[in-house]
Design a protein around this ligand. Structure first.
Ligand code: GLC
Length: 448
């Protein structure tokens, strides 16, 4: 190699290194913009969103992991696209159902681990417009309906891919899908950046990008190291394209610089029932994602749904921890939301219609969650959510004069005594509620 050529390459490599380092430094010292901070507040005020896991896998009726679970060859799996025709899909109906549930945002799978894009992308023909007889960009239709009805739209985006050769080398999952996995990893990174650019350019304002799948890389292959995934420049790209778009990542580890929301999968922050929630609770806005039955994607035999009472109490408990609830629905392959899901969404909507004031716009209350229930707060009000009926309740909160205590549902006074150590509430016989007995406490000063 001649000296000049060699020098040229060195200079090129150095320039690239500088660019990468600048982007690393930029995100490591990430300072959210004013728009971003405001979006975080709005996100927290919204408290309740609907998660939608929808893709080709819905046709198999066994959840979104079916390709991995049944070791389906990726070429065979791709054939599902040729008969995907969700005849009854109606974006307006979905958004109206979400609104009726009292949810304020939707987070939908734009591309899950199976690698199929549910939107029109230039980066690969394997997408809902180019590869299916349906030929409609459902994300575009959903985006239009969301903007029309004032519902925020978030996009789930998988870092993991079970179908592409440039997802190389293989990760922990998807070994039975028979992709070559010998391609160029940098090509895969460029592919993802291309898609992210499309998602943040062609669908109007996007509330959040919700990443998932980072846990797929083995430790010896760089694990979840941001540099391994070129995460910083993806985060930077998102913030550049839409400063108010919040970055979330379901990696189950501590927050990585550049993220705006912290996610807890199937756990209220502080719990660890599923083994995904060992990470420290950060100061970022929090979100718990949870299923209504047991799976995320449509499962034809999974009829064990959580009860409306459980789900309402779950929303309240999540709010009591200062977190949002992202509750999942897995639409059917015909494009309809399952009737069981609609019934639960309606029940939550009915409850929120009456009690929304004690949830929306609140933050986790100063009185920490306890066996009897939780508290939420807004300005000089503390809402006491009694989830386990009791006759008396002691709240260890002092230093603020309690002016009034009333039953939120009917405005009738609740008897109280303010002591040096805290507040004692005593309830009349009819002051109880099987789901959530809400007491509104009005203080002289802001509750802190
Ligand atoms: C897990 C699953 C994935 C699902 C996600 C939702 O990461 O792998 O299928 O989309 O949880 O939280």
């Amino acid at each position: 190699m001649c000296y000049k050529n060699w020098m040229g390459r060195m200079v090129g490599a150095l320039a690239l290194l500088c660019l990468v380092s600048i982007s690393v430094i930029a995100q490591e010292n990430y300072k959210p913009t004013k728009e971003n901070l405001q979006a975080r507040e709005e996100f927290q005020d919204n408290k309740f969103g609907i998660f939608i896991h929808w893709g080709l896998y819905s046709m198999m009726g066994q959840g979104e992991w079916v390709m991995h679970n049944r070791n389906i060859d990726h070429k065979e799996y791709e054939k599902l696209a040729t008969c995907f025709f969700p005849k009854n899909f109606n974006a307006d109906e979905w958004v109206k159902a979400v609104k009726r549930a009292g949810a304020k945002y939707i987070c939908i799978t734009s591309r899950h681990h199976d690698g199929f894009s549910m939107f029109h992308t230039e980066q690969s023909p394997y997408n809902i417009v180019d590869a299916t007889p349906f030929g409609r960009d459902v994300l575009k239709e959903l985006a239009d309906a969301c903007h029309k009805y004032g519902i925020k739209l978030h996009f789930y985006y998988s870092h993991l891919d079970w179908g592409r050769d440039d997802y190389a080398p293989l990760g922990r999952t998807g070994h039975g899908t028979h992709r070559a996995s010998d391609g160029d990893w940098n090509h895969y990174i460029d592919f993802m950046k291309g898609q992210l650019t499309e998602l943040l350019t062609n669908y109007g304002p996007i509330g959040a990008i919700w990443f998932d799948g980072l846990w797929d890389r083995d430790e010896e292959e760089g694990g979840m190291k941001p540099e391994r995934w070129d995460l910083y420049s993806q985060y930077e790209l998102i913030h550049e394209l839409q400063p108010a778009c919040l970055v979330a990542n379901n990696h189950h580890i501590d927050i990585i610089p550049g993220e705006d929301i912290q996610i807890f999968e199937r756990d209220i922050p502080g719990q660890n029932l599923y083994g995904y929630s060992e990470q420290a609770i950060s100061r970022l806005p929090l979100e718990t994602c949870q299923t209504m039955n047991r799976t995320w994607g449509y499962n034809i035999t999974d009829s064990i749904y959580k009860t409306p009472k459980f789900l309402i109490q779950y929303l309240v408990q999540t709010a009591g921890k200062g977190a949002n609830l992202l509750l999942n629905v897995g639409p059917q392959p015909n494009g309809e939301l399952p009737a069981e899901a609609i019934a639960r969404m309606n029940a939550m909507g009915d409850w929120l219609e009456q009690y929304g004031e004690t949830i929306y716009g609140t933050r986790g209350g100063v009185v920490p969650p306890s066996e009897w229930g939780v508290t939420t707060q807004k300005r000089n009000k503390l809402y006491v959510h009694v989830l386990e009926p009791t006759k008396v309740l002691f709240l260890p909160y002092t230093g603020n004069k309690l002016l009034k205590a009333k039953c939120f549902a009917n405005g009738k006074p609740v008897a109280f005594t303010q002591l040096k150590e805290g507040i004692l509430l005593s309830f009349a016989k009819d002051q109880t509620d099987d789901v959530d007995f809400v007491v509104e406490l009005n203080f002289k000063n802001e509750v802190k």
